[in-house]
Design a protein around this ligand. Structure first.
Ligand SMILES: [Fe+2]
Length: 211
């Protein structure tokens, strides 16, 4: 079995091969997720400079960006009490818990197509979860531990440095002719988000999926 940074290289190679093969999102989530699970199975590879918490805000360290910007990988470092706002993603994402624990509070449309709480998931070391517009991706994330940092490794189907798809704060409902049931939290200017938020039939219950 590969050790340390070799496992990180293997994870990057796996995602690169999937992208080169033109893999569909569900294949990337399945096979990339399995590779990420192998990566976070051991907490022996992340250099300390990419694991430093900040006293005030959670931090993101770019670990790798695909030269063709098909995916990027970051470490999220959460200090005690730190959390994100409610946000969506607009692209696929894989989350592997490396150290500590985090809680994802999920949101989905209620019966009136308003954004409402929809359960939560707690990740512990070695666990992997996925988000995407297809399977659900509206949530807030926070450090589950009050006394120490937590670290998760995230891969996204875009260059996180140049990516404008993520909405980091819920927006007021803005019904439009093409998406009359669009809930809050979705970007009315983003075609991907609008498609996700205007399902062909019935309200959806987006969830962060653990597997
Ligand atoms: Fe997220």
């Amino acid at each position: 079995m590969a050790e340390g940074l070799d496992r990180f290289r293997q994870f990057l190679c796996q995602l690169t091969k999937l992208c080169d093969a033109g893999a569909e999102e569900h294949d990337i989530i399945e096979h990339g997720g399995a590779s990420l699970r192998g990566l976070v199975a051991e907490d022996d590879w992340l250099p300390p400079e990419f694991a430093e918490p900040d006293a005030k805000h959670y931090r993101q360290y770019l670990l790798y960006c695909d030269p063709l910007e098909r995916f990027s990988v970051v470490s999220f470092v959460w200090g005690p009490g730190q959390r994100t706002p409610v946000h969506d993603h607009t692209v696929w994402g894989l989350i592997g818990m490396l150290r500590g624990s985090e809680i994802a509070r999920n949101y989905g449309p209620d019966a009136d197509s308003r954004l409402a709480p929809d359960g939560e998931d707690r990740l512990t070391p070695g666990m992997v979860a996925a988000v995407s517009p297809r399977i659900g991706d509206i949530h807030s994330v926070e450090n589950a531990l009050a006394d120490r940092p937590s670290i998760s490794i995230h891969a996204y189907g875009a260059n996180i440095g140049g990516w404008r798809g993520m909405s980091l704060s819920p927006r007021p409902a803005r019904p439009s002719p093409s998406s009359p049931d669009m809930p809050t939290g979705c970007s009315p200017t983003c075609g991907t988000a609008r498609r996700r938020c205007a399902p062909a039939s019935g309200p959806r219950r987006p969830r962060l999926r653990q597997y």
